[in-house]
Design a protein around this ligand. Structure first.
Ligand code: PMP
Length: 400
């Protein structure tokens, strides 16, 4: 009996997949970046179509300049947590900018989006008095936040307000605080939550709503404020969490709220207090990207146009698509082996997408997950659609 026995099944499956093609789908090295949508991998230029770079701002001149200036002015790292010496003027300014953009009174910036969810949930909810209700398909960081809190956690069916209603109805009067956690757009399938209904059900039962708009910030709503803006319930969400690692093209995360008590999380949230704060460059880049997002709606328009082009091409090719049209386009494959083969086929045809296989996917589905960017050019999308066309022919030929 040893520590490592539990890895043997994973190791066999993983090594088998790698051996079959000579590639490691979970360890692709972008040896040289060629811009927001291209990189050299093993000496070959690949179109990146699995990056979450929704607005394509990772090489935006304003963001790059802001990051460089921040390094020159404030150094490469803060060497301390927000709670100690790691709060700089830039962190405070970005909190204010995010709060103003979203229309909330309070905002806290964390070092990653992962920590924002971990830190908010674990500090807000405490056993034995409080209970968390969580959409079954929530991201790992929401699940980890529940675990760190130690509170009872009840799952409701994915995107199902009725299921939430039932679960909330069953809670007894001894439960003091109830926190309902869900997301705007889900990262794996790109499906969108009925945010308005979920918020309404939560409030009907006296519960608070925590909405993670990691993948929908910058993407949905007339101003890019997320699915809750689209559904006109932005002001009703109790805790809005987000990340800088997708539309804001940086690293970091945040929680925004109109509840003044959010400020006390600065003294009680372990993932906020016991880790170094985001670097000046990350903060400055996020702030510059936010300014671009506010002032230039054409990026969101390009994003949706690109999404439409790819989604309709895939529909015509007859792919089994996991959700209605959005910038995340997931193609379902028969099983892990077929998904891995298809992933490798696309790499050979110059396209990188995300391979997602159980247990990391909803309903144990094997998928190829593509995320469209506003920065994808017509040429990029030609390569993508061309590769998927060849793949579809290959799959039909192998099935025949
Ligand atoms: N929430 C969701 C829904 C996510 O998909 C992710 C990361 N993919 C995060 C939070 C964490 O974001 P970050 O990369 O900033 O840690």
């Amino acid at each position: 009996m040893g520590l490592f026995e539990k890895f043997s099944a994973t190791a066999t499956a993983y090594e088998g997949l790698k051996e079959a093609t000579g590639r490691d789908p979970f360890g692709v090295s972008m040896d040289e970046m060629k811009g927001p949508t291209r990189a050299l991998v093993d000496g070959k230029e690949i179109v990146l179509a699995g990056t979450n770079n929704y607005l394509g701002l990772t090489y935006d001149q304003a963001a790059v300049d802001a990051a460089k200036d921040a390094v020159a002015a404030s150094g490469t790292g803060t060497t301390g947590s927000r709670f100690a010496n790691g709060t700089y003027a830039g962190h405070r300014a970005l909190e204010k900018e995010l709060a103003e953009f979203l229309g909330y009174e309070h905002c806290m910036v964390f070092s990653t989006g992962y920590q924002a969810n971990l830190g908010a949930i674990s500090a807000l909810v405490q056993p034995p008095d409080d209970v968390i209700l969580i959409d079954a398909d929530c991201h790992a960081c929401i699940y980890d936040g529940c675990q760190l809190s130690g509170a009872e956690t009840v799952r409701f069916r994915h995107n199902d307000p009725e299921s939430l209603d039932k679960r909330l109805s069953r809670l007894g009067p001894e439960v003091k605080g109830k926190l309902v956690c869900f997301e705007g757009m889900y990262s794996m399938f790109g499906d969108v939550a009925p945010v308005k209904e979920l918020v309404e059900v939560a409030h009907k039962h006296g519960a608070y709503a925590l909405l993670d708009e990691a993948h929908s910030f910058g993407v949905f709503g007339d101003n890019g404020r997320g699915v809750c803006e689209r559904d006109a319930v932005l002001d009703q969400v109790d805790f809005y969490t987000g990340t800088f690692s997708k539309s804001l093209a940086s690293i970091g995360g945040f929680v925004a709220s109109n509840h003044p008590e959010l400020e006390y999380l600065r003294f009680s949230s372990r993932p906020y207090m016991f880790t170094a704060s985001p670097s000046p460059a990350n903060v400055a880049a996020a702030s510059a990207a936010l300014a671009r997002l506010k002032n230039d709606h054409s990026m969101r328009e390009n994003l949706w146009e690109n999404a439409h082009r790819v989604y309709s091409a895939f529909q015509q090719l007859g792919y089994d698509l996991a959700a209605p049209e959005s910038p995340v386009i997931a193609v379902k494959l028969k099983n892990r082996e077929e998904a891995f083969m298809a992933w490798n086929f696309l790499m050979e045809h110059g396209v990188y997408v995300n391979l997602a296989i159980p247990p990391g996917t909803p309903n144990a589905t094997s998928i190829l997950r593509l995320s469209v960017s506003a920065a994808h050019t017509a040429d990029d999308l030609d390569v993508v659609v061309g590769a998927y066309t060849a793949l579809s022919e290959h799959l039909s030929a192998s099935a025949a």
